[in-house]
Design a binder for this molecule. Structure first.
Ligand SMILES: *[C@@H]1O[C@H](CO)[C@@H](O)[C@H](O)[C@H]1NC(C)=O
Ligand SMILES: *[C@@H]1O[C@H](CO)[C@@H](O)[C@H](O)[C@H]1NC(C)=O
Length: 403
């Protein structure tokens, strides 16, 4: 009895092992000719790279789950040191590099290396660029599933062509849908059709070419909820938006009113003053001050409010305690009207930075790998000595946090 049990256990284990390796296909030079026949999710790795080894069990699970869920996406891996010419054709520069390859397009994955995140990315990018919503029920269903969704309303138009173009670039981040006007909920009023809308924060915003600039940068700015839990990855992504990021830096485990209250104040401003601020500001909170301290090279005391300008290295701290929404609004207005004092990235730093730029960019490329193994204080050292921009430091910190 026991022997039979063990036997079947071994058989199952063997089957799982055998199938898990088969579900991730080892790719070689022939891949160049065959890849257009299918949609592929590929891990380009180097045998000596520690982060690639760390990814391997996750990658096998991705292979198993994609197969068992009936996904048409094939999962593969390629030793980029053996097949270096094809890897460089795909623009592989670091390891591991994860790409989804769909017809002649290659989409980079830059998110956290977890099974769930990678699978979500693969399914989103492998699917249609624009997903039609033929009925109100479909709209409701999709709205429940996605905290942020972009929708094109109308028939064929040049705006639709632009929407498709933007989707083909930004599908790596978010979902794009299309519908006719009848499908929209009753609370939506459109002055004109065709239109592009974003639904989020239990409301919607209409893209206005005149006020919002080009569609691509608008989508890039609007793809976040109005209020976020900001961590290294979010801050890294927010770097692309050029927005001002207003965060409550708190200790989430501390239940005192100083901490919970500050978070509520930011949430309230994000919600009630959305129309005033949502174009320029992103709101949220951060748990703990370690990350922000190493970014700002400053000692901010929790709880506090920090406003980061992601377009330059500047940041703002309130000069008195923020105790209610009025205080926060006042602080924000003082930033907008230029009376609040910006810190970091002053004129001198900017000038030196420009001079140091060329030296720096060559150093960055050659030293990048070593830096990924450094401590935050060494990154700060690099920041001082090579005069990185704020977003570059955010990126480095982020890569360190996921590796
Ligand atoms: C919670 O925060 C308050 C105010 O910052 C502080 O005085 C208190 O010591 C903190 N409590 C804990 C348990 O950390
Ligand atoms: C943020 O930085 C950009 C780019 O330097 C600048 O144009 C803008 O005025 C800054 N915003 C604030 C509020 O300081």
């Amino acid at each position: 009895m026991a022997a039979a049990g063990l036997c079947s256990f071994l058989a199952t284990a063997f089957f799982l092992l055998a199938s898990s390796s088969a579900l991730v296909e080892e790719l070689d030079e022939t891949f160049k000719e065959t890849r257009q026949e299918d949609v592929w999710l590929v891990d380009f790795y180097a045998p000596w790279c520690g982060h690639c080894k760390k990814l391997e069990p996750v990658w096998n699970e991705v292979g198993i789950e994609m197969r068992s869920s009936g996904s048409p996406v094939r999962v593969g891996k390629m030793d980029a040191t053996v097949h270096s010419s094809i890897a460089s054709e795909f623009g592989v520069r670091g390891f591991p590099t994860i790409k989804l390859l769909k017809s002649d397009m290659a989409y980079n994955y830059r998110g956290p290396r977890t099974k769930e995140d990678i699978i979500e990315f693969a399914n989103r990018v492998a699917g249609p660029l624009i997903r039609p919503l033929p009925s109100q029920q479909m709209f409701d269903h999709v709205q429940k599933r996605h905290s942020v969704l972009f929708l094109y309303v109308g028939v064929e138009s040049t705006l639709k062509e632009k929407f498709i173009e933007v989707a083909s670039e930004l599908i790596v981040y978010t979902y794009f849908f299309s519908a006719s006007e009848e499908v929209l909920p009753e609370y939506v009023t459109l002055n004109e059709v065709p239109a592009v809308l974003v639904f989020k924060d239990s409301t919607y915003f209409v893209y206005d070419e005149y006020e919002d600039g080009d569609l691509s940068s608008w989508v890039n700015k609007e793809r976040f909820e109005g209020y976020l839990h900001v961590d290294g990855f979010t801050l890294y992504e927010l770097g692309d938006t050029g927005k001002l990021v207003a965060v409550a830096v708190i200790d989430e485990k501390n239940n005192s009113v100083e901490h919970t209250g500050l978070k509520s104040i930011v949430q309230e401003v994000a919600r009630d003053y959305r129309d005033h601020f949502h174009r320029d500001f992103q709101f949220g909170h951060m748990d703990g001050n370690d990350y922000i301290n190493s970014l700002l090279m400053d000692e901010v005391q929790v709880p506090t409010i920090v406003v980061l300008n992601t377009s330059n290295q500047q940041y703002f701290l309130p000069n008195k305690k923020v105790e209610n929404t009025e205080d926060l609004i006042q602080f924000i207005n003082s930033i907008l009207d230029g009376t609040a004092e910006a810190q970091g990235g002053d004129g001198i730093l900017q000038r030196i930075k420009r001079v140091a730029y060329d030296a720096r960019s060559t150093v960055v490329v050659s030293k990048m790998c070593t830096w990924l193994y450094t401590t935050p204080s060494e990154i700060i050292y690099v920041y001082y000595h090579y005069l990185f921009s704020f977003t570059e430091v955010v990126k480095l910190m982020f890569f360190k946090s996921i590796l």
